[in-house]
Design a protein around this ligand. Structure first.
Ligand code: FMN
Length: 477
């Protein structure tokens, strides 16, 4: 399907994968589609409607939407659309679709739309395998013009492994884009849609080039037999956001700004085969890099060893030890608008790394440790001396540190903030069975000078990243 010129209604319901809908929206726009959004109340708890309104350049259809919005959005929006995409689809909205309940914008649009519908479920594996969800998905597959996309198996946001992940946004676009995947479909205008109404809409939408004089072809007869279309190949695996470069988009708030991130852990050699390190997976840094990049920042990362991978478009320099990370950061410091010290840097290293493997002598071994350089403090000191050199005229640089604590959280955070001279500290408690190291959620609080220490709260690492990006943008003005 050629997505250029298509009008796509994106229904967003309240699962942890909501942030991926933002990426999907932009990918669709890059393909030339115009996108409008409706959201459930629960979805607005995960990502603010303002994000979707800004990206789509159109008011979002909400249950208690703004009074200035047109009163018949539940009919206008689906009628305007060539395609209704529900991403992510929660177990809850899937149940409503299947049973004919329409008490929120996403389920109302599902009921009133006459265009083809594509649903991407995302939920915990136990929910996905529950008899109710299985039955409801089966019912939806039997609906006319309704496609249920396969939920890939893998690591889920809750840390469990199994089926229920959201299909990657790039794969959803590839699926829609790939005509071969739609061999069973005809491209026709649904008879009940008044073509004259298509392309009409909110004044803001016209800025996004919504209207089209010629009727757009639409998908029809979506496959009813399963997650993938009949006789169709698996959707091709696309690298994420392959053809998008947000740094080139002047409408994004981070446009023209550069951020330096440290990521992962460091490894301090004991001998050629052993080292001292920690359990950081690098997931928080990946979330930070993704959110900064999506906001238009040029992102440079100095990364120690880590498991998580960075999105394309982010420049990554690899280091091993704290001293290497220190040197790499200090050499890049002057050219950046913000530095976020997310890496779990070893405070100490062995005083001497043995040249050859230390032999097992069956007797006690003592390793002398010496402190590593404090990268955060050296950055704030360098900023202070630049400001002095330039008689206070230096360009504003925002510095955010991380305080990883296991006890006495508030006291340690207050002390570290004062000693570090940072603009903010992200206090986090990464040692827990259900959150922190290796998980997608963590307990955290953003601590600012003279503002008291807030209580920590549980959130996804993407939430955490959004809070930091917001802070940096505010500080940069
Ligand atoms: C942190 C968190 C994450 C959640 N993630 C999901 C999810 O991925 N999929 C899902 O079906 N429900 C998820 N839920 C439950 C839904 O938010 C809940 O069922 C809600 O009522 C769905 O409302 P909606 O379908 O109207 O958006 C999650 C809840 C919380 C608190």
């Amino acid at each position: 399907m050629n997505l250029a010129g298509k009008k796509i209604l994106l229904g967003v319901s309240g699962g942890i994968a909501v942030y991926k809908s933002c990426e999907l929206l932009r990918l669709l726009q890059k393909k030339g589609a115009t996108v409008r959004v409706c959201m459930t109340d629960a979805a607005t708890e995960f990502v603010a409607p303002l994000t979707f309104a800004s990206l789509s350049k159109c008011p979002v259809y909400l249950k208690n939407g703004a009074v200035e919005a047109r009163p018949f959005q539940h009919i206008d929006f689906p009628r305007w659309a060539d395609l209704y995409l529900v991403v992510p689809a929660t177990a809850n909205v899937i149940g409503k679709f299947a049973c004919g309940i329409a008490d929120d914008p996403v389920s109302l649009c599902f009921m009133s739309c006459t265009c083809p519908r594509v649903i991407a479920p995302a939920m915990n594996v136990a929910m996905y395998n529950s008899p109710a969800v299985k039955r409801n998905l089966e019912i939806l597959r039997g609906f006319e013009e309704t496609t249920v996309l396969e939920s890939p198996a893998g690591e889920l946001a809750c840390g469990e492994v199994g089926q229920g992940r959201l299909m990657e946004p790039a794969e959803i676009v590839a699926y829609l884009d790939d005509r071969r995947a739609l061999t069973t479909n005809k491209f026709t205008e649904p008879a009940e849609v008044n073509v004259a109404e298509k392309g009409e809409g909110f004044p803001l939408a016209s800025a996004a080039g919504a209207s089209s004089a010629t009727p757009s072809p639409v998908l029809s007869n979506a496959e009813a037999s399963g997650g993938h279309p009949r006789n169709a190949p698996e959707p091709p695996a696309f690298p994420v956001a392959q053809d998008i470069d947000p740094t080139q988009d002047p409408s994004l708030p981070g446009h023209g700004k550069k951020v330096l991130l440290t990521a992962g852990r460091t490894e301090e050699a004991i001998d050629p085969v052993r080292y001292i390190s920690n359990r950081s997976s690098g997931k928080t840094a990946v979330a930070l890099a993704s959110v900064f990049y999506a906001n238009g920042f040029e992102v440079e990362v100095v990364a120690g060893p880590m498991e998580a991978a960075f999105p394309g478009g982010v420049a990554v320099s690899r280091v091993q030890s704290a001293r290497e990370m220190h040197d790499a950061v200090m050499s890049r410091l002057e050219s950046v608008d913000a530095v976020v010290h997310c890496a779990a840097v070893a405070d100490y290293r062995p005083a001497h790394a043995a040249d050859s493997k230390i032999k097992d002598s069956r007797s006690q071994l003592t390793i002398e440790l010496v402190p590593n350089p404090n990268i955060l403090r050296d950055c704030t000191a360098a900023r202070a001396s630049r400001a002095t050199d330039a008689a206070g005229d230096a360009r504003r640089q925002v510095i955010v540190g991380f305080a990883l604590e296991t006890d006495n959280f508030k006291q340690h955070a207050a002390e570290k903030l004062e000693k570090s001279g940072a603009d903010a500290l992200l206090l986090n408690a990464p040692v827990a069975s259900d959150s922190g190291f290796g998980h997608d959620c963590v307990r955290y609080a953003l601590v600012r000078p003279h503002a008291g220490i807030p209580e920590m709260h549980m959130g996804s690492k993407v939430d955490l990243a959004q809070e930091i990006v917001h802070f940096v943008l505010n500080e940069l003005g």
